[in-house]
Write a protein that binds this ligand. Structure first.
Ligand code: ZN
Length: 191
């Protein structure tokens, strides 16, 4: 699937392979926001709950001071209140940092910061002749499976329309159908 599609439609949480036990785990993207005023930056630079970095934004041709926050690792209500009070912060910069977040694994109870390697770490992912067919989570993968299997393919009927629009033709040929379906079914039946 295409790179731009990937981030345009990414939900806040996606399924990945647990880096410790290899079972299905959840990855929650970090919150990323931009702080414009220099005098406001010192708070974030010195507070242990935040990471800060400066990133070049190729859309605006400017460098942006970005703050990275991990809600899942910070349940402090004062901090949440603070962020509520600063909703004016520009949070339209999540496209600049797309790989930071937290991994949770219900099998081995792993919970820690994680740098995402996508789509190589996607849990719902199969390889067909050197190309990866992936989905962000199980419901989307099921929709893709139903769509590939269907004799008459209707994107609207199958659900998850946006996902189905971006399946490369590599996986949709008559020749590919049986093997792709088999690999997807095997993954869906894995416990
Ligand atoms: Zn695990």
């Amino acid at each position: 699937m295409t790179y731009s599609y990937q981030w345009f439609s990414a939900p806040k949480e996606i399924s990945i392979v647990c880096p410790v036990c290899q079972k299905e785990a959840l990855f929650q993207f970090a919150s990323v926001f931009h702080v414009e005023k220099k005098q406001d930056r010192i708070f974030f630079e010195t507070h242990p709950a935040f990471e800060t970095t400066t990133v070049y934004d190729s859309y605006t041709y400017t460098h942006k001071f970005c703050v990275i926050f991990y809600p899942a690792l910070n349940s402090n209500p004062e901090l949440k209140n603070f962020l509520e009070c600063h909703k004016g912060l520009d949070n339209s910069v999540s496209h600049l940092i797309k790989d930071k977040g937290v991994v949770f694994c219900p099998s081995c109870l792993l919970k820690r910061k994680h740098i995402l390697n996508w789509p190589q770490e996607a849990y719902y992912c199969i390889d067909y002749k050197g190309q990866l067919l992936w989905a962000f989570h199980r419901p989307a993968f099921v929709s893709i499976y139903d769509y590939i299997q269907a004799k008459i393919r209707d994107r609207h009927v199958a659900g998850h329309f946006i996902y189905l629009l971006h399946i490369p033709s590599h996986f949709l040929t008559q020749h590919a159908r049986a093997e792709v379906s088999k690999k997807m079914r095997r993954l869906l039946l894995r416990v």
